[in-house]
Design a protein around this ligand. Structure first.
Ligand code: PLP
Length: 347
């Protein structure tokens, strides 16, 4: 439960654990713009180690981390290849164009969350003066809007090889990279092999109140620190937040398996109910997309409202589609309760 609801809108609704609050209260801090905050340094080192990268940069959000990465890798007028359903394209206000002068080049996300290698290859512009120069490819793992699907290490490695060969940078939006790692049973670093940078969120399934970490080479991170500052992300005694992030990395990664089991429970329950269509093959981590069948007279916002009156929060995404996300604030028993509430509304 979160604030009295079985809240399945997002894993961002997770609350800091008691251990996080304690660590926050006790955190040793300094002015992080002066590079003086030891707790931030600790988090950044831990994060970089988990990602197999040289250095890390604590940022306010995943959006800020992705934008700081793109601003650092690219110059104004450069083109960025990204999935058409990626968070960067659909849900970051076009920041790369609006604030960075970068040209988005969306390619179709496949049902498994990938971009086709041959489509990436075909989209790359060279030095012809008609074209924006292609500078970077970004992929997302897990892929949120394709259904929380996990991209495996071999695919990422193939994109990294292609990028290197064609002199492009590769950025991974790993907002939920630990969900992918847990689902695939590999260390997160294996899913970042060959990438030039990666961001991951502390504030989603890992339950920290604030923040993401951008990781890459030492040289890249030194430049990204400048980008973070111009975006207004230079924070001062921010070790109070980093302290929660450290606890998140130490205590909240392995338990993600529980969220994945709950997502499966939820998806199977919904699939067994009349009125819904669920693609169970896409239920790989903690995200469950499902649709109203054509014969249901209610639309998704109405179902959402009625289910909310039963104490369960879903997210309607358009007229016929929902997203439900499992997380540390929802138990297996509460998944049962959510299914009962939904069945009542659909009856
Ligand atoms: C949540 C999310 C982000 C970043 O979101 P913030 O709310 O800015 O932290 C980036 N990418 C993906 C795939 C996400 O799901």
């Amino acid at each position: 439960m979160v604030n009295g609801y079985v809240d399945l809108r997002s894993d961002t609704v997770t609350q800091p654990t008691p251990a996080m609050r304690e660590a926050m209260a006790r955190a040793e801090v300094g002015d992080d713009v002066f590079n003086d905050d030891p707790t931030v340094h600790r988090l950044e080192e831990m994060a970089a180690a988990r990602m197999g990268q040289e250095a890390g940069l604590f940022v306010a959000s995943g959006t800020m981390g992705n934008l700081a990465a793109l601003l650092t890798h690219c110059r104004r007028g450069d083109e960025v290849i990204a999935g058409d359903r990626s968070h960067t394209i659909t849900s970051e206000q076009g920041g790369m164009a609006a604030l960075g002068g970068l040209v988005p080049r969306p390619l179709p996300n496949q049902p498994d969350g990938t971009l086709r290698l041959e489509e990436i290859e075909a989209a790359i512009h060279g030095e012809d003066t008609h074209h924006a120069r292609t500078r970077l490819v970004t992929i997302e793992n897990t892929h949120n809007f394709v259904g929380g699907v996990a991209l495996d290490a071999a695919y990422t490695r193939a994109v990294a090889d292609l990028s290197r060969r064609r002199r492009l940078k590769l950025h991974i939006d790993g907002a939920r990279i630990f969900n992918a790692a847990v689902a695939l049973g590999v260390p997160a670093a294996d899913l970042v092999g060959g990438a030039d940078s990666v961001t991951f969120c502390l504030s989603k399934g890992l339950s920290a109140p604030v923040g993401s970490v951008l990781c890459g080479t030492r040289e890249f991170i030194a430049e990204a620190r400048r980008a973070r500052k111009v975006l207004g992300g230079g924070m001062r005694q921010v070790g109070v937040l980093a302290a929660a992030g450290i606890v998140a990395l130490q205590t909240m990664v392995d338990r993600l398996a529980e969220d994945h089991a709950n997502a499966r429970r939820l998806a199977e329950g919904l699939a067994a109910m009349p009125g819904f269509v669920v693609d169970l093959s896409r239920i790989q981590t903690n995200i469950v997309f499902f649709d109203l069948s054509p014969d249901v007279p209610m639309d998704a916002p109405e179902v959402q409202q009625r289910v909310a009156r039963q104490g369960v929060l879903l997210m309607a995404m358009g007229r016929r589609r929902f997203r439900a996300v499992t997380h540390a604030g929802v138990t297996a028993e509460e998944i049962g309760r959510a299914l009962t509430a939904v069945a009542k509304v659909m009856a």
